[in-house]
Design a protein around this ligand. Structure first.
Ligand code: HEM
Length: 452
């Protein structure tokens, strides 16, 4: 089924925001640099000065920003189909992730989301966790032998290996997988490039070459997987059909796979890195989680165990509260709408912020402290969008259960195999890089003490 290019994609952003309080900061760049260095501070300063709704120039674009759970709710639930995710993310992601699920809106998005549904059903989840265990074990054995160990690059590699196996049915040993992973990494680098021209020598060009290599690979892989059985996502997607019983085209399935790799990888890598950082500091919590795992009496967490590991669950939630891997959710209006008492014209860029909402003092006790027990106290239940690391509504993260499982399976195994501590003094509180995804700037050097 073909959908026509929506009319609203042809318009430039509306920049007539004189009636909205706030200042853009420096010409052209606005507050981009201070925002990238400390996003919470910039948002907080604006909140105190102008209230929850203000205009700002962040990440080189002019936005209306709404801070608080009610604005996340308004944008995510979007019952009147006012907010376009496609146009919200067009500037940073449009060229690299065209055709991805988040880059489609409304009826078209609903139609496409079904391509992915089978791959995220419970039976599929059970098989994924079984595929993960041997890879986690192999890599963690390797980690224990390293003379100097940095958590971040190693968890990134582990998750790439798991992604190749679970998403694509490929083993990491293969040359092909290595080349594929490199294309993926190049593409992610390209997303961050400032000069967005596809000219040789530029980062953007390298990124687009990565995208072209991935397209070529997937457009060949998808037809090979048709009619095959397999437990990987590529095979599930390739065999999904429309209501008329027709396969989705190779291009459509390939584009969804490319976006999926992006959506899954750095987000979960960041969540695991930040959780490990807090747990290396808080040995009491580390021990408590280890005891919870030991009480299960098995080496690996299985799908059925997920409901039983409450402390681990609260730790996952708390890591995502403190540093949500998607700190800002972006949309562009397609029609006139009111936000916090201000009228917004069509084609206005709007951002709402899990990062800020997760740390608002009027909702959370000591919001800047790592305290997983706040989820036992159910602080997050005061508003349905107070804790929103996975967004909500039509675009709510389709991989949230997968992320939950991957996070817990990996951390559980780490806790059982090693006691982990900071390798150097002064690592806590350390400098945190917030963009493109949160991680300690020193890549989190750790000492891993084997547990018998
Ligand atoms: C901790 C890890 C993760 C976080 C915090 C996260 C967060 C999010 C958020 C906030 C959105 C919605 C963005 C918006 O509405 O503007 C989203 C969408 C999405 N995520 Fe995740 N994600 C994570 C892991 C994953 C994983 C593991 C997968 C796949 C296996 C995945 C696949 C997707 C897809 C395909 C979408 C687009 C959904 C749609 O447009 O309908 N994510 N994610």
């Amino acid at each position: 089924m073909d959908f026509a290019l929506p009319e609203y994609t042809r318009f430039k952003d509306n920049k007539q925001l004189d009636h909205i309080p706030g200042k853009y900061g420096l010409p052209l760049i606005g507050d981009t640099f201070s925002f990238v260095i400390n996003p919470y501070e910039v948002l907080h300063r604006n909140y105190q000065k102008y209230g929850p709704v203000f205009k700002a120039s962040l990440t080189f674009q002019k936005f209306v920003v709404g801070l608080g759970p009610e604005y996340i709710q308004q944008l995510m639930l979007d019952s009147s189909q006012t907010f376009s995710a496609r146009m919200g993310y067009d500037a940073p992601l449009g060229d690299f992730f065209a055709g991805g699920l988040l880059m489609r809106d409304f009826d078209e998005h609903k139609f496409h989301r079904r391509i992915m549904q089978t791959a995220f059903k419970i039976d599929a989840m059970r098989t994924y966790v079984d595929l993960m265990h041997p890879i986690i074990d192999r890599e963690m054995t390797r980690w224990g032998k390293a003379s100097e160990f940095q958590f971040y690059p190693n968890i990134k590699t582990l998750l790439l290996d798991i992604g190749a196996k679970v998403f694509l049915g490929l083993d990491m040993e293969g040359q092909e997988t290595r080349a594929l992973n490199q294309s993926f990494l190049d593409m992610n680098e390209g997303v961050l490039s400032l000069i967005r021209k596809d000219w040789p020598g530029l980062l953007y060009h390298k990124g687009m070459n990565g995208r072209r290599a991935l397209e070529k690979f997937f457009f060949e892989l998808v037809p090979q997987r048709r009619g095959q059985s397999g437990n990987d996502m590529a095979t599930f997607f390739a065999n999904e059909t429309t209501e008329e019983g027709e396969y989705f085209s190779d291009k459509v399935v390939g584009e969804h796979l490319i976006f999926l790799l992006l959506a899954a990888h750095d987000t979960t890598t960041s969540a695991l890195t930040m959780a490990t950082y807090y747990l290396a500091h808080d040995q009491q919590w580390q021990n408590r989680l280890r005891e919870e795992m030991q009480a299960l009496g098995k080496p690996h967490l299985e799908y059925e165990d997920l409901a039983a590991v409450t402390d681990l669950d609260h730790c996952f939630k708390e890591a995502l509260r403190m540093n949500p891997p998607v700190p800002m959710l972006m949309r562009r209006t397609v029609k006139e709408v009111e936000l916090g008492g201000y009228k917004l014209q069509p084609h206005t860029m709007v951002q709402v912020s899990p990062l800020y909402t997760h740390r608002m003092e009027q909702w959370w006790t000591r919001p800047h402290e790592f305290d997983p027990d706040r989820f036992t106290r159910e602080e997050h239940k005061q508003h349905s969008f107070l804790w929103a690391p996975f967004g909500g509504g039509a675009h709510k993260c389709i991989g949230l259960h997968f992320a939950d499982m991957l996070f817990k399976a990996t951390l559980a195994r780490l806790l059982l195999r090693y006691r982990f501590k900071f390798a150097k003094s002064g690592q806590y509180p350390g400098r945190i890089q917030h963009f493109p995804f949160a991680k300690p700037t020193d890549n989190l050097p750790l000492v891993l003490e084997p547990l018998s």
